[in-house]
Design a protein around this ligand. Structure first.
Ligand SMILES: [Zn+2]
Length: 226
């Protein structure tokens, strides 16, 4: 078997080429790659170099294990190549065979990344609304349907500003809000990205509060500002 393995210089060449491809196609997706110059420095860099050397062909995991044994003695016999998937590499194959598509991250990785960064990943208001299920971030009213609280008025989602003090056109300052929430909260509150109020943004809510609450606020402010 060993005589059919790629040579060290072939693998080093593959490793250098893969690093370049990673930088162009996968780094933008934060797919992880070992930061080593020589392919044989880590188990993962060996796996990747071998997978890339065989391009989109299927490689049996024993071939990868054989290269590991040859080039980095001391590594476990059974190399868990599939773990690369967790780091975003687009690996496919079954029955002990693997093949690598080096030009795109794994679909699971992209989905997970979108889920994590979905709000800020939205390219425009349509996508942002989609992230919120085309519903008001604050009350959950669905766009295009009548809102029972307001008779027959059809819900229209508007650009709600999470923090009225921040620039209105800042992407990370926008949440979709129905016209009712947008109007009701005016510029009195700061919202989190779940559409929940978490701070006051103006004196209105304090002015409307009971004397008791106002006194509480007054005392707290006195302790802060003297
Ligand atoms: Zn609403």
């Amino acid at each position: 078997m060993t005589n059919s393995l790629p040579t060290e210089s072939e693998l080093q060449e593959a490793w250098i080429e893969l690093q370049e491809i990673h930088e162009t196609y996968l780094l933008p997706y934060e797919v992880k790659i070992p930061h080593v110059d020589q392919y044989y420095e880590t188990a993962r860099s060996i796996w990747l170099a071998v997978l890339f050397y065989y391009k989109e062909e299927q490689v049996h995991k024993d071939v990868i294990s054989d290269v590991c044994q040859r080039d980095k003695p001391g590594l476990a016999r059974d190399q868990q190549v599939r773990h690369l998937k967790r780091e975003g590499w687009h690996l496919s194959g079954k029955g002990g065979y693997h093949s690598l598509d080096p030009f795109q991250p794994s679909p699971e990785w992209v989905t997970e990344r979108n889920r994590r960064s979905g709000r800020l990943g939205a390219a425009d208001f349509t996508q942002l609304k989609k992230f919120y299920g085309n519903a008001c971030a604050t009350c959950g009213a669905k766009e295009g349907r009548p809102d029972p609280r307001y008779g027959q008025d059809i819900v229209a989602l508007q650009h709600g500003h999470m923090d009225p003090a921040k620039p209105a056109n800042d992407k990370d300052n926008i949440i979709p809000q129905c016209q009712f929430c947008n109007r009701a909260y005016r510029s009195d509150y700061v919202f989190d990205d779940k559409g929940r109020v978490y701070a006051v943004a103006d004196v209105g809510p304090v002015r409307r509060a009971s004397r008791q609450v106002q006194k509480k606020i007054y005392e707290w402010l006195m302790s802060v500002f003297g």
